[in-house]
Design a protein around this ligand. Structure first.
Ligand code: MOS
Length: 690
């Protein structure tokens, strides 16, 4: 029996549940200082004065860093693009409410907080605009969306397709601004040790953070070490370098003492990226048999004045359905708001809400079962590129899901199943997310005690990545998993892709597999001196090209709608996926369940509300920003189908992001089935249901 494919509990599980595992905010240090970021209270303007005198006399206060006295940073740091969010305390400009204007440093966390609250900051406010609308006059067409993908994709004659269609659907779907709330808030501790800047940070990729810090502080990369051994969730918010690491390093440099910066929930609402609101207009034209003649998906969204991040909601259309004519477009408006960024299933999560809701509406109009409609529109090649898929097992997901859920027992008519004041319904939606592979460095060391140590700058953000990699190593070496020692999340181990975009297990797994095979070729038995082999997969991955490799899934929901209170209860959720080879069924299942919980939360609860009068949020805390709690979540069932795919030799596609995709549509479609009313605006709150 191989290690890959068998369920294993986390290698670090005991440390986590006994409190031995140290997160960035737990790392002790002699002479530790605490930094508290002070946030701007206006959304646009300039700082005209920061009076530090009174605060500096408060108990325990050591320093107040601001644009007038902080170290100068080199510009240009940031993953793929220079990130203005890292140019902290450099000038007097305020680009959004919640921008850091000072860092108060004190002997204790409480002293830093008290002084930060008392710090008087004067502003000159300028007129601002924080209100997104799909009719905003400032909307423009960006050149690209997210990771340098084109903003527009088209083929065929859309107008001709629409006029030839027997059934035409034209609908607009909206999703609100949604925010990251990983269990562990962002945190970092920085100190100079023997001429090196040493940082323990909560992040999804320590190598890139080390590169950014080296650049910002004009250091050689060898002078910076970043580690993130344990991370309590990231979901995109920790994918790039975030203010705590930079602020802690600035203060440690000025004060020559270790400094820790831990964000609060309020800080997280402006400093770590978020999912921007979208308004998506979808036009579908179909023949009487449901075959798509035309499909248009136009997304409007918001970005910041200082950085252009465009939520790529239309990307689902490049993958999901065949249509004679296709047009995908994105438009964006710059507002005086924080910089949006990746949040689990960026693009696909809001995009699938719109597309999968529209497909349900089309199925209703055509009188065709929603699954049958999807199967009739299965594409032979990727609709966006015209290239073949490496594997595409979404139909198997539909059929396996339908069987397990009892889908075909449903009466398709809406509003007929009742249970007292509860109206019941079922719905489904499809899911997709890329399964890409990116370069990583891995080293395998044969130790003199017979064990093998693996070193790789992977991040285990709670997913079980460490354990999955040990399983891959064990099989490559024909050793028991217990003989593998995993060392991860240390920038000294060399470059490796971050834990994001469902990259992790497929990319690091390939590097670990290669390193172990190379070690095996070099050694037999237990060596008398440790032997290390290091590999980097950059060339291998270059040779693989960028094939159309995608994971797929089918989401099913049963809801009960209380017609008196407007409450929607999800009674059942089932997700069936085609995610390539599953390394650890136990942790993969948890990943997918977590994504589905978030999809439920997106459907029913999450919405950040901004007040145009002061430009900030009304609910930047966990009291006002509700996300699904245990009481909101039913038993969730997860399954997967065979999905052999050797475009990556490990066969792994990735399960990190896809769990959230399509869930909100499945729930909205179930609410329609229960009540006969379509909800095209998320979240589906009681006020909207009534
Ligand atoms: Mo991904 S958006 O880094 O979870």
């Amino acid at each position: 029996m191989t290690a890959v494919g068998s369920g294993r509990t986390r290698l670090e599980g005991h440390d986590k549940v006994t409190g031995a595992a140290r997160y960035a905010g737990d790392v002790p240090a002699d002479g530790l200082l605490h930094g508290w970021p002070v946030l701007a209270t206006i959304p646009r303007g300039r700082i005209t004065g920061i009076d530090t005198s009174a605060v500096q006399a408060m108990p325990g206060v050591v320093a107040v860093l601001h644009h007038g006295n902080s170290p100068r940073l080199v510009e240009g740091a940031g993953w793929t693009d220079a990130d203005p969010n890292l140019q902290l305390l450099q000038d007097d400009r305020i680009p959004y409410a919640g921008w850091p204007v000072a860092l108060v440093v004190a002997e204790t966390f409480e002293q830093a907080r008290a002084a930060a609250m008392a710090l008087p900051v004067k502003y000159h406010a300028q007129p601002w605009d924080v209100t997104f609308s799909a009719a905003h006059p400032g909307l423009y067409t960006p050149d690209e969306v997210n990771l340098h993908q084109p903003s527009e994709t088209a083929h065929g004659d859309l107008d001709a397709g629409l006029s030839a269609s027997a059934v035409v659907l034209d609908r607009t779907y909206t999703t609100p601004e949604e925010h990251h709330n990983a269990m562990e808030p962002h945190a970092a501790i920085a100190q100079w040790v023997g001429g090196r800047l040493e940082v323990v940070d909560s992040n999804q990729g320590s190598y890139a953070v080390a590169q950014d810090l080296a650049k910002l502080f004009a250091l050689d990369l060898s002078q910076v070490r970043v580690r993130s051994e344990h991370v309590g969730g990231g979901f995109g918010s920790k994918a790039t370098t975030r203010p705590p690491a930079v602020l802690a390093a600035m203060a440690a440099t000025v004060l020559c003492r270790p400094v820790r910066v831990v964000l609060t929930r309020r800080h997280m609402f402006s400093l770590v990226g978020y999912r921007p609101p979208t308004s998506q207009r979808i036009r579908l034209g179909a023949a009487p048999d449901g075959r798509l003649l035309a499909y248009e998906h136009l997304t409007a969204t918001q970005t910041a004045t200082t950085f252009e991040y465009v939520e790529p909601a239309g990307v689902v259309g490049k993958v999901m359905y065949a249509a004679d004519a296709l047009r995908i477009g994105h438009r964006v408006v710059r507002l005086d708001v924080p910089i949006p960024k990746w949040m689990r299933g960026p693009g696909e999560a809001p995009g699938a809400f719109a597309l999968e809701s529209a497909m349900d509406e089309l199925a209703e109009k055509c009188g065709i079962d929603p699954i049958d409609l999807r199967i009739r529109n299965e594409p032979a090649v990727a609709p966006g590129s015209g290239r073949p898929f490496t594997s595409r097992n979404v139909v198997a997901c539909y059929l396996e899901g339908a069987k397990r859920f009892g889908w075909y027992e449903r009466d398709p008519r809406p509003g007929i199943r009742r249970e007292g004041r509860w109206w019941l319904g079922t719905g489904m939606g499809a899911a997709t997310y890329p399964g890409e592979t990116a370069p990583a460095t891995a080293a395998a060391t044969a130790e003199i005690d017979g064990t093998v140590t693996i070193r790789i700058t992977a991040a285990d953000i709670g997913t079980g990545a460490r354990t999955a990699l040990a399983q891959i190593a064990a099989d490559a070496l024909s050793l028991p998993v217990e003989w593998i020692r995993m060392r991860i999340a240390d920038s000294d181990f060399g470059p490796a892709i971050l834990a994001g975009h469902s990259f992790g297990t497929a990319s690091w797994g390939l590097a670990v597999d290669e390193a172990c095979k190379a070690l095996r070729a070099r050694t037999t038995g237990t060596p008398t001196e440790p032997i290390t082999v290091q590999v980097n997969t950059a060339e291998l991955i270059q040779a693989m090209g960028r094939p159309e490799r995608h994971a797929f899934g089918a989401q099913f929901a049963e809801v009960a709608v209380d017609v008196l209170s407007g409450e929607v209860r999800v009674r059942r959720l089932l997700g069936v996926y085609a995610i390539g080879r599953v390394v650890n069924p136990l942790t993969a299942r948890s990943q997918l369940v977590g994504g589905m919980v978030w999809g439920l939360s997106m459907a029913l609860h999450e919405e950040a509300v901004r007040d145009p009068a002061f430009g900030g949020h009304l609910n930047a805390n966990l009291a006002g920003y509700h996300y699904a709690a245990n009481a909101d979540v039913p038993d969730i069932e997860v399954g997967w189908v065979d999905d052999p795919d050797l475009a990556n030799p490990t066969g792994i596609k990735g399960a990190g992001e896809i769990g959230i995709v399509g869930v909100a549509a499945a729930i909205a479609n179930a609410v329609w089935h229960a009540t006969g009313i379509r909800h095209r605006n998320l979240p589906i709150t009681p006020a909207r249901v009534l």
